[in-house]
Design a protein around this ligand. Sequence first.
Ligand SMILES: Nc1ncnc2c1ncn2[C@@H]1O[C@H](COP(=O)(O)OP(=O)(O)OP(=O)(O)O)[C@@H](O)[C@H]1O
Ligand SMILES: [Mg+2]
Length: 588
Amino acid sequence: MSIKLLPDIVINRLKAGEVVERPSSVIKELVENSLDAQATKISIDIHDGGKSLIIIQDNGTGIDMSDSKLVLHRYATSKIDSDEDLDTLGSYGFRGEALASIAEVSTLSLESITAGHQLGFRIEKNHNSTSIDHISLPFDHGTKIIIKNLFENTPVRRKFLKSSQTEYFYCYQLCLDFALVRYDIHWVISKNGKIVHDLPPTDDIQSRIVQIFKKDRAQQLRPINFDQSNLTINGIISDSTLTFGSNEYCKIYVNGRPIQDRAIQKAIMDGYHRQIHHGEYPLAIIAIDIAPHLVDVNVHPRKIQVKFVDPGIVFTNVRDIIVQSLGENKTFHGEHKPVIMRSATSILGVKNEASHTHIQSSLFTTETQQEQQGAQVFIKEDYIESTPQFYNTTEYKIVGQIRDSYIIVQHVDGLRYIDQHALAERIAFEKLKKNISDGNYSSTTLLNPISIQLPAHQDSQIISDQLNTLKFETTVRGDHSLIIYKVPQFLVDYTIDIEKIVRHLISENGELSDTHDANLGITNILDSIFATRACKTSIKANHRLSLLEMQQLVNDGFEFIPGGFVCQHGRPFVIDIDKKQIDTMFDR
Ligand SMILES: Nc1ncnc2c1ncn2[C@@H]1O[C@H](COP(=O)(O)OP(=O)(O)OP(=O)(O)O)[C@@H](O)[C@H]1O
Ligand SMILES: [Mg+2]
């Protein structure tokens, strides 16, 4: 077949496929346009998960009548003039292709008017025709866009859409992404014409969270602030008492833009450093502001990824600021959280029902609860009521060992029972992980490179890149063959099956949906492997320890364990009885 240029109609369809993946991508583009137009109020109404109807109205500057003919043209934008503007971008949009793409795959109506004008205009566009009328509008400045029947002319794409409920969930999450970071804007979010959230502007992100969650969670939230000339990181994170069953409240923004970034997601989880259980996620709203010349936002058709000039600096600082904030144990109002010891009832054999359960409840306490499908969250309230630290050498005294398995320690606040095997296991695990996260390991060349055929739906390059950041050396051959030449030495030392670990990674990623795929992957696999390896090298139960050995173990605990006393199997390994509880038990 000879080579020929594709007709515009085909090009438009192809481009539209890149920009508009699902209803939430439409909302994203329209909301970004409203924000670029300096709107202070944005209303979004999502019908049938956005599949049949999306209505977005803003009170921004509106579009000048003279631009009405260009507004749906591909590569027509008011936001940049030259390619140099890309290096100093201050707007969400810059490609001039979003509206053209949306119009390509839906029926679109756009009404707009600029301040001081009697008449605005209305554009109606479907697949066969476009009309522009000059009309008076019921608002004096701003834009209203109605998108009907998304993908009606691309049935294959429409088939890929999920149920209305799931699509609504994606749309809802997207709205929250913006509402959280742009707390200065009045947002009205509706589902099928019924208001779900009416969020007037607030002064800060904490107040926005209270608005959304209908509950003051300030006690469980910590501010994070990092300020350097070219990089600032602001936001809030929850402590280990407020966690969720998915990473839906881990939100990352770069220069105000919500993005997905596996590395930063991992940095967040690393910041919690086992203070929360496997499978739990914190609330973490991380707004990264970075000088425009240090980040490229023009790397993804839907602008949901960015490329940092130095990703390592961003990663390290996000992780460290979280560690620091959790360590300071300060709430929003600046006071230190009281340390509440675990209740004595659990020690005396009365099972505290709340303690080990991962309570399913909802953050939302409004009548619209049922409306927020997908917004059901898991909260752990009662488990680790605090994050007590290990005491340093001067603050404790070893009392002894019971059944050659548990160490009893007396300290200023009372007594502590420690499961020696679990503690040793956790210390070994933390040391190993520290070496890995510090990059304290070398790679080794495999005598026989391993070739793995990846499933067609996986992005081989992403997998290869991920492995290479972990000191593997891999390349992609053909479309889907991954060739592994070098692997980290510790995998060989621990006789870990390389193919298995890579396959495991692939299957984990394969199971994850596109919005929840950020952070599992390699870390989880390494976690589970190292957890079992660490076990094998640890001090066991039923093993008598000398005073010196017990001291060494507790000192190592102080040095290596930042808090969150659960072992990698999810069992607690430290139980405290505070002195008041001891007095109470003796009726004093
Ligand atoms: N809500 C709005 N209010 C005011 N002007 C708007 C609005 N929506 C779109 N426009 C105008 O229409 C133009 C085209 O919008 P479109 O979203 O297609 O492109 P863009 O925002 O410039 O770039 P990108 O494709 O990266 O989003 C914008 O540059 C802007 O001038
Ligand atoms: Mg735009």
